[in-house]
Design a protein around this ligand. Structure first.
Ligand code: NAD
Length: 293
């Protein structure tokens, strides 16, 4: 079993991005600039956004954090989106989810200019991904593809089973893994809450992507010997031995599944750190106008 060390890989990729940024600026290009809109005071969202801003500093990007009260109206938020769309210095931006209940996330997503949608959630960018065109890939699936690529894990002809069909993880990952590209060319099964005999489907997998949001969902009896495991889940479980009273675990019963696997991502320190790296890569692409000329 080999651990896929997302934390260390993300550090390596960030160092590579930092070099590219220096070269870009030295050759007269602009400094990449990522903005983030954070609405309300959800503590997890605040942590995610803080990480993104800190990562921008690490690679030499400019960053702008736009903080708004949870009471902001949809119209006011759409106005903020419009300002970022029109600001020529900002190459890309994200709207941190979830948004307060009274705001229609879809309406906000649709209002983001596709050329600045570095989260890759806009239908235009999802459509481009589905067609295999140059695009901003959604951060979490993009991070997982990078992991498979950098660890030289063969995917061609393999059977990949994705568990969970969310728009930001499961569904785009199933598309990417089936696409005709170096890390892709899999036969993909996308499973979800209505799948009959999910364990039997997962047992057939050479590559398992677990994106459900339930601790210990994938157990050792569901895993074929030598399978590759990508654990996306981030779940808090009570742990009184920790000062904060909880610890983070994935969707996979790591202790019992790891010995059966060929490669496995830990939680924390696996898929999570790669998500931010993907966002930086997309922002660099946006700055260089590689997707939309
Ligand atoms: P989601 O809640 O939007 O989707 C969960 C999916 O799981 C749904 O499609 C649902 O059909 C499926 N599901 C639920 N119960 C099931 C069951 N019993 N059997 C089979 N499928 C079932 O979640 P999401 O946004 O995709 O996130 C999933 C997990 O990944 C969460 O823990 C989240 O915190 C984490 N996450 C991590 C990162 C990262 O960077 N590591 C990024 C995004 C999400």
């Amino acid at each position: 079993m080999q651990l896929i060390d997302g934390k260390s890989l993300a550090k390596t990729i960030k160092a590579e991005i930092a070099i590219e940024v220096k070269q870009l600026i030295a050759s007269g290009g602009k400094t990449p600039h990522l903005a983030a809109i954070l609405v309300g005071d959800n503590p997890a969202s605040a942590v995610y956004v803080r990480n993104k801003v800190r990562s921008c500093d690490q690679v030499g990007f400019h960053s702008t954090l736009v903080r708004k009260e949870a009471s902001i109206t949809q119209e006011e938020l759409l106005e903020v989106v419009k300002e970022l769309n029109e600001n020529p210095d900002i190459d890309g931006y994200i709207v941190q989810l979830p948004l307060p209940k009274h705001i229609d996330e879809e309406a906000i997503n649709l209002a983001i200019a596709p050329e600045k949608d570095v989260d890759g959630f806009h239908p235009m960018n999802i459509g481009r991904m589905a067609l295999g065109l140059e695009t901003y890939l959604p951060a979490t699936p993009f991070g997982m593809v990078q992991m498979l690529d950098r660890y030289n894990i063969e995917t061609s002809g393999k059977h990949c089973v994705v568990i969970g069909r969310s728009n930001i993880v499961g569904t785009p990952m199933s598309l990417l893994m089936s696409r005709k590209m170096k890390t892709g060319n899999c036969t993909v099964t996308l499973t979800h809450s209505r799948t009959k005999d999910l364990a039997a489907e997962v047992r057939r997998a050479d590559i398992i992507v677990a994106a459900i949001g339930m601790p210990n969902f994938v157990t050792a009896d569901m895993v074929k010997e030598g399978a590759v495991i990508l654990d996306v889940g981030i779940n808090r479980v009570e742990d009184t031995s920790r000062k904060r009273g909880y610890r983070l675990v994935g969707d996979v019963d790591f202790e019992n599944v790891a010995p059966k696997s060929s490669f496995i991502t830990p939680v924390p320190g696996g898929v999570g750190p790669m998500t931010v790296t993907s966002l930086l890569m997309n922002t660099l692409k946006a700055c260089r106008k590689e997707v939309y000329k």
